[in-house]
Design a protein around this ligand. Structure first.
Ligand code: ADP
Ligand code: MG
Length: 870
């Protein structure tokens, strides 16, 4: 069936990859040229050309070199960022299950060619336009193409049909999603030839929108730019009025503008966010959109799945209750050993008719696979001895049943002779049960497994100890319900097993024979407990949402440390509440049980109406709307379906709550870091502008020459700021409440601190300039001193910006080695510029004498020391 790899490779060459008009990658050259797009830089380069014409060659060369160096720095960072983001995009690229060389393989969807035969199931995104060959209850959501929001049924039609026009019932379309059932289909159009390709110009789905923070900072940058321009014009005017050379003053004005206007702010924010994204990826959280990094940090409610996220999703059947007896199973987890006992006594499953019937039902109703490395030995039939662990593929609930049956010597192989499956009614978290149609000897049966409340009411008989069906009595029904209740209170997930004879696969039958209850444990993950504790310290509410029974949910919640005074509600109770009532009380609940996907949507909406920032996890197809609605939608990487992953902002590669909480921490950290480097950049810029402006106002000579200003800008703005963006999270970051999403960026008096510190930097630079002048230094010596003071002040300030709460002297100076390295490099460049004779010519500096050096350093150190002491 399908193509061979060789045919496929040939067709791929002829047809091209199955992708929709590739989001054009920004090439390295474009990025590099982009560095010069800035108006101010253009003006500077223009002015430099003029200065060459005027004969000022050496200055011109220096200016061009510095501008180039700056551009290279910017380029390297931006190029790396672009690469990181590109890598992320390719990680989320879809795959397809495709027949090649007669085998079913999972391949990259971009490698599909016409003629390939693929398999689709609920939750998949359809990777190309295909003709349906075989379908079982298959529905597809084509809203993206046709606007029709109701899923359309698909069935096999003309197999050789290659016409992919819209609205055909035998064609599935690229970009649509499978909502129900399964289907086999042949690819008839790929890439731009698909219907989706035709409209893909309209939907470039990769998100290049700036994040709200970037937008806000972009606006801030504009305001600062305008202020700077005004100041520059003032400096220029004041200089000219005082009789300075007009062209020199023009150059000075332009260089101040370049140094002070934070045009790179949005880019630096992108870099910080992208770095956070790659750090999160190392911790197994894949963030689709930069925007979400920010929002994650504001999260105030986490709505999490139970199974697999809070618990390990390694189910073990520990007890099985038939109508007349209760059996215990030993051997935890997936270990290949264990025994079945009744009380203390080992049993022989062959003689326990009801037990073995129930276990057989469990095996027949499972599609999971278990396999052991070495074939296990069954010593007597109720005991299994083997080494190591089962390796499991498929639903852990089903694997647990298979393992339990194996302990009693019942396996799929041992049943294959007597039982043949001919149809299936698949499990769905809305119906909460599944059924298989099986031929057994001369009769046909339906085996059921599912939630106890769904199946028990449908049982009109039960299997007694001798294996005969007997009528169900009211007393027994009550007794069984109580036993199930008791199991669920002990944190066991309870599955009912039942059977009936039937010619048709009618899943709604009500004359079932009760076989037994399987009770399985699924212990909470250790990391999840820690994560939940972390959340409560960080004032983030964790809510558990599960399809399981309320008792089971509550018991697991208690074990995981999640309940703490919170209450539990079921989906049915939720249905009885109006939106207003729900909004009023939802804050008191931490557990939602027996929940269907529609309820998740209501829960998200209700929390959001209360002004919470909601992070919601999901795995099934039906979870997608809730995941989309949440502020941060999270999909499970392992168990999640394509559709949910596409709706999500974050994908947890290990399905683990702890990973999500780490991502929240990273989100908070990156926001704090952005505040840190914005604080740093702005106060430094204010310092630079003030130095020049006040200097002129106070009648001093021009304090710094254009090349010197550019040098300051080069050594202080670039690397130290980026390194500051890589600060590790502060220790208390997860012990404060989340920031409100509408909180201003400069909240908590940040603006005041920036301006104040900026003024101090400016004044100390002027102080150093004036003092050296007073000591009789030459104008070059004064400028050199000012240059040293200005740079060193900023390099000290960058360390002050590491914390908003603690002063410089309370921080471990080596907490961020990248920053130490960046500062050391900048200091070395400064030292070279004032000490190396050749560079002295370039930067018009002189080697300072001891007194001058001490003065310059003294002024830099004075402010932080005084601030630290106060
Ligand atoms: P969860 O939110 O814990 O993942 P599910 O939606 O998977 O919950 O399951 C809800 C209920 O459906 C379970 O309590 C169980 O009774 C039933 N159930 C779960 N998995 C299966 C299965 N594979 N076959 C039959 N019934 C199942
Ligand atoms: Mg589940």
């Amino acid at each position: 069936m399908g193509l061979t790899e060789k045919e496929a490779a040939e067709r791929l060459k002829a047809q091209g990859e199955n992708t929709l008009g590739e989001s054009r990658r920004t090439g390295p050259m474009r990025i590099f040229l982009g560095q010069f797009r800035d108006v101010m830089v253009m003006i500077l380069l223009g002015a430099t050309v003029i200065s060459v014409l005027l004969g000022e060659i050496s200055d011109a060369v220096t200016i061009i070199l510095i501008v180039l160096l700056n551009a290279i720095l910017g380029f390297v960072q931006e190029y790396r960022t672009e690469n990181t983001l590109e890598a992320l995009r390719s990680m989320t690229s879809p795959t397809a299950k495709c027949w090649r060389d007669g085998k079913l393989k999972e391949i990259d969807a971009s490698q599909l060619v016409t003629g390939d035969v693929i398999e689709l199931e609920a939750g998949d995104r359809i990777p190309a336009d295909c003709a349906v060959l075989k379908a079982a209850g298959f529905f597809s959501d084509e809203a993206l193409l046709t606007g029709e929001s109701v899923a359309v049924g698909k069935s096999a039609g003309d197999e050789s049909d290659t016409d992919n026009s819209l609205n055909k019932s035998n064609i599935v379309y690229c970009g649509a999603s499978a909502t129900k059932g399964t289907c086999r289909a042949r690819v008839i159009a790929t890439g731009m030839a698909t219907q989706m390709g035709r409209i893909s110009e309209m939907l470039r789905d990769i998100d290049k929108e700036p994040t709200p923070l970037q937008k806000r900072l972009g606006e801030l940058g504009k305001v600062v730019a305008i202020i700077c321009l005004v100041v520059c014009i003032a400096v220029f005017g004041a200089g000219v009025l005082r009789g300075e050379n007009v062209f020199d003053m023009l150059m000075t004005g332009i260089t101040i503008a370049i140094a002070a206007i934070p045009e790179g702010l949005p880019a630096t924010v992108t870099i910080a966010l992208a770095l956070a994204v790659s750090r999160m990826l190392k911790q197994k959280a894949l963030v689709n959109k930069l925007h979400s990094v920010e929002t994650l940090g504001c999260t105030s409610v986490i709505c999490s799945d139970k199974t697999g996220t809070i618990t390990e999703n390694r189910m073990t059947v520990t007890e099985l209750s038939t109508a007349e007896d209760t059996y215990l199973f030993s051997g935890m987890g997936y270990r290949v050993s264990g025994a079945v006992t009744k009380g203390e006594i080992a049993v022989n499953p062959v003689t326990e008719k009801a037990l073995s019937a129930a276990l057989r039902c469990g095996v027949l109703c499972s599609t999971a696979e278990i396999s052991a490395q070495e074939p296990p030995k069954s010593r007597n039939r109720g005991t299994l001895a083997g080494k190591g662990e089962w390796s499991v593929t498929g639903d852990p609930t089903e694997a647990a049943l298979l393992i339990a049956a194996a302990k009693a010597g019942i396996t799929r192989q041992s049943l294959s002779a007597g039982y043949r499956s001919i149809g299936e009614f698949p499990f769905d978290s809305e119906t909460r049960f599944m059924a298989v149609h099986v031929v057994c000897g001369s009769e046909k049966r339906i085996y059921f497994k599912g939630a106890e409340e769904v199946l028990l009411p449908r049982c009109s008989m039960y299997l007694d100890g001798s294996g005969k069906a007997a009528p169900m009595t009211a007393a027994l029904r009550r007794d069984l319900a109580e036993r199930a209740e008791d199991m669920s209170q002990r944190a066991l997930r309870v599955l009912a097993l039942a059977v009936c004879t039937s010619e048709e696969l009618d899943p709604q039958r009500r004359d079932l024979v009760f076989l037994g209850f399987a009770g399985m444990t699924d212990p909470p993950r250790e990391e999840a407990k820690t994560a939940i504790r972390k959340c409560s310290a960080a004032s983030v509410k964790t809510v558990m949402i599960t399809g399981d029974h309320k008792n089971t949910a509550v018991a697991v919640a208690k074990k995981a440390g999640l309940l703490k005074g919170g209450k539990a509600m079921t989906g049915a109770e939720l249905d009885c509440l109006s939106d207003e009532e729900l909004d009023r009380c939802i804050g008191e609940y931490t557990v939602f049980a027996r929940v269907e996907p529609v309820h998740k949507l209501r829960i998200v909406r209700s929390f959001r109406r209360r002004g919470e920032i909601v992070t919601m996890t999901g795995d099934g197809v039906n979870d997608a709307p809730a995941v989309k609605e949440a502020d941060v939608g999270v999909a499970m990487g392992v168990t999640g379906t394509d559709v949910t992953k596409q709706a999500a902002d974050v994908i947890l590669m290990d399905d683990n709550l702890a990973t999500l909480v780490n991502a929240v921490e990273q989100g908070r950290c990156v926001y704090a870091n952005i505040r840190k480097f914005v604080r740093y950049l702005l106060s430094c810029n204010i310092g630079e502008v003030l130095t020049m402006f006040l200097g002129l106002l106070m009648g001093m000579p021009v304090v710094l020459l254009p090349v010197q200003i550019l040098l300051v800008n080069l050594v202080t703005d670039g690397l130290p700021a980026v390194a500051l963006g890589m600060e590790p999270p502060e220790k208390d970051i997860m012990s404060r409440p989340p920031r409100r999403s509408d909180e201003g960026f400069f909240s908590g008096g940040l603006m005041g601190r920036i301006v104040f510190r900026g003024i101090l930097i400016g004044l100390s630079t002027l102080g150093s300039f004036g003092t050296v002048m007073h000591m009789g230094g030459s104008i070059e010596a004064c400028r050199t001193a000012a240059l040293i003071t200005l740079v060193v002040s900023q390099l000290i300030h960058v360390f002050e910006c590491r914390s908003e709460k603690r002063s410089l002297f309370r921080l471990n100076p080596f907490g961020n080695m990248k920053l130490v390295g960046a500062a050391a490099l900048s200091a070395a460049v400064l030292a070279a510029a004032v000490m190396v004779p050749q560079l002295q010519v370039v930067f018009s500096t002189v080697t300072p004498d001891m007194m001058q050096l001490l003065t310059a350093l003294g002024f830099s150190v004075a402010v932080p020391v005084i601030c630290g002491v106060i």
